[in-house]
Design a protein around this ligand. Structure first.
Ligand SMILES: [Zn+2]
Length: 43
């Protein structure tokens, strides 16, 4: 899922296990993962 860090504005595709927090690879801050509906065509 795509996440945007609100600390530095960095965007990346998060594939971690946690559905709540991800660590921004740029500023290493914890970013809250917004649980959007899983209606993506991916799988
Ligand atoms: Zn960041």
């Amino acid at each position: 899922m795509n996440i945007e860090c609100k600390n530095c504005g960095y965007k990346w595709n998060y594939k971690g296990k946690s559905n709540y927090y991800a660590t921004c690879p740029r500023c290493l801050r914890k970013v809250k993962v917004v649980g959007k509906k899983l209606r993506s065509a991916k799988k």
